[in-house]
Design a protein around this ligand. Structure first.
Ligand SMILES: [Zn+2]
Length: 319
């Protein structure tokens, strides 16, 4: 019997068409540097590359109000260069590219559910975890992780979804989508909101009503590094997932906590990302039948972004 690929990467040259101008950190070269690093890795022959597809309107609307989708589409078609804030730079193609980025998660979930791959990692841009139901935020327009979670829950009946977010910044858009729900868990390790964008993600934000306990924020002080991160990952993160028993796991994979990335005051090493990859692989094998989907979020220092993603993938592939 032919075994499925160990890891499928969903990516697409059209992700390069989201043009954010000359003075913005979230640029097409981010994906190009990741590709270059993966191509030089020893494990490159093990990787399976697949194209994305546009997320259907139904799934975009599972995460966003239609008013925002219309407003986004109208902004790009009318030639605007940003929406709501100059952080959110756009070009004529940005709406289409954002729907393709959101669709990568759907394509990946279908492959996982059909048994056609062991695990998947969506190398996409624009990123998503700051995008709110009715507005863009922090380089993000469509919340790729929330769209994927809704698809897994509603199309494939995997009701209990955990999103683990290791981007240096708190994923306010994922938290606000999940905070009233008992069946959706958001866990984030990020730089403390007193010092970092977007100013949410305090430890006492735990969810409301039926969703009380469905948010686990684990902020780190500026200057924290591998040791502090791993203590949280192996302690409260692993404990929460074991106790909560998810049906599937999504990882919001952001690499801007690297010590050389000036987007945060965190001091992670490149090697930490390999350990994160190993850990999320292990947790998903143990608690949710190996159903594991990673989606790229931040990571802006081109000198270390490629090697950081390469290390994470190495961890995902570890046996
Ligand atoms: Zn970030």
């Amino acid at each position: 019997m032919l075994l499925p690929p160990l890891l499928t990467l969903i990516t697409d040259f059209r992700f390069l068409d989201h043009d954010t101008g000359s003075d913005h950190p979230e640029i097409p070269a981010r994906l190009q540097t990741i590709h270059a690093a993966l191509e030089q890795s020893n494990y490159f022959p093990l990787l399976d590359f697949q194209e994305t597809r546009p997320a259907e309107r139904q799934w975009l609307m599972a995460a966003h109000d239609e008013g925002w989708l219309f407003r986004f589409e109208e902004a790009v078609l009318s030639g605007k260069t940003s929406v709501d804030h100059t952080d959110n730079q756009i070009c004529y193609d940005s709406y289409e590219v954002a729907t393709l980025a959101a669709g990568a998660g759907l394509a990946a979930i279908d492959l996982l559910e059909l048994g056609q791959t062991a695990q998947a990692f969506c190398l996409v841009r624009p990123p998503g975890h700051h995008a709110e139901r009715i507005r863009p935020f922090g380089f993000c327009f469509i919340n790729n992780c929330v769209v994927a979670a809704r698809y897994w829950q509603q199309h494939h009946s995997r009701k209990r979804i955990v999103v683990f977010d290791f981007d240096a910044h708190h994923g306010n858009g994922i938290q606000s989508a999940f905070e009233y729900e008992a069946d959706s868990l958001y866990i984030s390790i990020h730089e403390h909101p007193s010092f970092s964008y977007p100013g949410t993600g305090y430890a006492d934000e735990k969810g409301f009503g039926a969703g009380r306990g469905s948010i686990l924020n684990l902020p780190l002080s500026p200057g924290a590094g591998d040791e502090q991160f791993l203590a949280l990952l192996q302690g409260p993160v692993a404990d929460k997932i074991a106790q909560w028993q998810p049906d599937a796991m999504i990882v919001a994979a952001g690499f801007d906590g690297h010590r050389d990335d000036e987007m945060s005051g965190l001091l992670y090493s490149t090697g930490l990302y390999e350990k994160i990859g190993q850990s999320v692989r292990g947790l998903s094998n143990k608690h949710c039948g190996g159903r594991l989907l990673s989606i790229l979020e931040g990571g802006y220092e081109l000198k270390v972004l490629g090697e950081s993603v390469e290390a994470y993938v190495q961890g995902l592939l570890a046996r």
